[in-house]
Design a protein around this ligand. Structure first.
Ligand SMILES: NC(=O)c1ccc[n+]([C@@H]2O[C@H](COP(=O)([O-])OP(=O)(O)OC[C@H]3O[C@@H](n4cnc5c(N)ncnc54)[C@H](O)[C@@H]3O)[C@@H](O)[C@H]2O)c1
Length: 398
């Protein structure tokens, strides 16, 4: 099989997992990485075992050996770097959220479609075998019509007032914090698993920690707990807690709670779908078990056993039952789908069904935007914005 060359921009926390997933494929060359400076790229290249460090993303994009670009920069850089990569004719795998706001996301979705390359957003929870199993069961009518879709994504890493991250700075993270950062994963998962779209939302947002004591200087993505470091007070304007009611286009109702300041919760993502015949629930901290709920017979727990899965989900399970597969395996599955799509030409017809695209990234930002609007309007229902309109023909006005 012909080898593909990839380059990565933004070699921080999640970048290491992109590279790990790519290495596991065995047929992709890691050509090089670009960071915020040549020095930082060189340092990270040594740490990550990557041969080449570029002085900038522009230099990386100019290298013909790089056919696929992974964009793992902080959110505010997603638009410019992904757009430049598309314009250079590269396939693009962007981490989530697609961009800082809906306008940018829309621009990227349209540019990706026009570029005719593969475009992927890493909503990686789709890569779990039992997530695909739940999706297949719902698509085949095993649950009957879904009536209630509910769940949570709760964390505690922002509990400490001395914890600070670029995610809390609207200029770098975007207007939303908890919803944009992790609520986005849940919304994508809920829509993917049910095959239905969130059409209206009612959100109540809150900032539990309105002032943080940030380290005077820090570029780290996550917590910095050194108590002796010099600190500055930062007023926080984005939410760290959210309660949201949902309506889906198939008539189902739903609810979602999201928080990042809730002691004891690490990556507590849970999705439950109740249909008229049966229910399913999946939790990312116990990803090898799918709960199947019944009314007139015993409930069951389905273990991630390739032999017991729907044919569409089986390819996402690699180990025999009882050997756990988890986050990194699901991430690898998504990256494997991305490269499979690239090898098939990146056309709409050849996309693996589980793979989230820039259009899904845009759709996701519309959902989060509606939640922000709902809260800003005093907690009233807001419709989720329209889908991408077809590009306007040149020469037409209005
Ligand atoms: N899919 C997931 O579950 C998941 C998990 C974590 C993070 N993410 C997403 O990944 C992205 C990065 O998050 P992170 O936690 O890795 O952050 P991070 O701060 O650890 O990494 C960001 C990297 O980008 C680099 N960078 C900054 N400016 C740059 C520039 N101009 N050019 C090139 N590189 C530059 C930084 O030096 C750093 O190495 C975010 O969009 C985040 O939402 C996704």
């Amino acid at each position: 099989m012909k080898r593909l060359g990839m380059g990565l921009v933004g070699p921080g926390f999640i970048a290491a997992h992109h590279l790990d997933a790519v290495r596991r494929l065995g047929n992709v060359d890691i050509v090089g990485i670009a960071g915020s400076s040549l020095d930082s790229a060189r340092k990270r290249a040594r740490e990550l075992g990557v041969e080449r460090a570029y002085a900038s993303h522009a230099e990386l994009l100019a290298d013909p050996a790089v056919q696929v670009v992974h964009n793992t920069t902080p959110n505010h850089l997603h638009r410019d770097i992904s757009l430049a990569a598309l314009r250079a004719g590269k396939h693009v795998i962007s981490d989530k959220p697609l961009a800082s706001n809906t306008q940018e996301s829309r621009e990227l979705a349209e540019a990706a479609r026009a570029a005719g390359v593969a475009h992927v957003v890493t909503f990686n929870y789709r890569g779990h075998a039992l997530v695909q199993q739940a999706r297949a069961m719902i698509a085949k009518g095993k649950l009957g019509a879904p009536v209630f879709v509910h769940g949570r994504y709760l964390q505690d890493w922002l509990t400490d007032q001395d914890t600070y991250t670029w995610r809390l700075d609207p200029k770098r993270g975007g207007a939303s914090s908890a919803l944009g950062d992790i609520g986005s994963h849940w919304c994508d998962l809920a829509e993917h698993v049910t095959g239905s779209r969130i059409v209206a939302v009612l959100a109540d947002l809150h900032t539990v920690v309105p002032v943080r004591r940030a380290p005077a200087e820090s570029t780290k993505a996550f917590a910095t707990r050194g108590k002796n470091a010099p600190r500055r007070e930062v007023a926080i304007t984005s939410e760290d807690l959210a309660s949201v009611l949902l309506r889906f286009d198939n008539g189902a109702r739903g609810s979602l709670i999201v928080g990042q300041v809730l002691p004891g919760h690490k990556n507590d993502l849970r999705l439950e779908v109740n249909g008229r015949l049966a229910s399913v629930a999946w939790q990312q901290e116990q990803p090898n078990t799918l709960w199947i709920g019944h009314h007139a017979q015993a409930n069951t727990l389905l273990e991630r056993d390739p032999a017991l899965l729907d044919a569409s989900a089986r390819g996402y399970a690699h180990l025999p039952a009882g050997h756990p597969e988890a986050w990194a395996d699901a991430f690898r599955n998504l990256i494997a789908d991305a490269y499979a799509w690239i090898r098939r030409g990146g056309t709409p017809e050849t996309r693996p069904l589980a793979l989230p695209t820039f259009e899904d990234g845009y759709r996701n930002s519309l959902v989060i935007d509606a939640m922000l609007r709902s809260h800003a309007a005093g907690g009233i229902w807001q419709n989720v914005g329209d889908d991408i309109e077809p590009p306007r023909k040149k020469g037409k006005r209005g």
